[in-house]
Design a protein around this ligand. Structure first.
Ligand code: FMN
Length: 149
């Protein structure tokens, strides 16, 4: 039975290229983990949309939203983990090392009638994530996360 008892959960790995739709069609570039990292997740780890913190190489820790699963809007057959970091990086991040800590579950993955509806949902995810990450327990996790790396 898929569940959320794994949270908070930390993952590290290299950033690889996704299908490229994130930045082109949606306007939300995502940093993707390779399948070796995704396949190493516990079997009972629930698919869905999460929020937390991300750190790339020597950059500071930034807020992130993460999508884990099959992207029903695009009918993917392979499980992916895609991270949208709430920071504008000026360079491309492929090949960089990224560590994330997933803190909270936002919602299940859904299919949508249109790309605009998916974009609206992601905007809403980001707004909720920003609010949740201001809570003291999330800020404490950010601090210990920064020290650990
Ligand atoms: C916060 C967030 C929420 C998302 N929610 C959904 C969703 O509900 N349904 C879905 O099919 N895809 C969802 N996606 C995944 C996008 O469809 C995905 O990032 C896009 O296909 C880009 O993938 P690519 O970079 O591999 O091309 C979400 C992505 C993010 C970052």
């Amino acid at each position: 039975m898929a569940n959320r008892s794994w949270l908070p959960y930390s993952i590290s790995g290299e950033i690889v290229r996704g299908f490229g739709r994130g930045s082109n069609e949606l306007g939300f570039p995502t940093a993707n983990y390779p399948s070796s990292v995704v396949d190493a997740l516990p079997d009972s780890f629930e698919c869905g949309i999460y929020y937390g913190w991300a750190k790339v190489n020597e950059y500071p820790v930034y807020p992130m939203v993460l999508s884990l699963g099959y992207n029903p809007f695009y009918n993917n057959t392979k499980k992916t983990m895609e991270i949208h970091i709430l920071h504008n990086f000026s360079n491309d991040l492929y090949g960089s090392h990224m560590t994330v800590v997933m803190i909270g579950f936002l919602r299940e993955e859904k299919s949508f009638k249109s790309t605009e509806d998916l974009i609206d949902a992601i905007e809403q995810d980001i707004a909720i994530a920003k609010e949740m990450l201001q809570k003291a327990e999330c800020l404490r996790l950010k601090e210990s996360f920064s020290y650990d790396l």
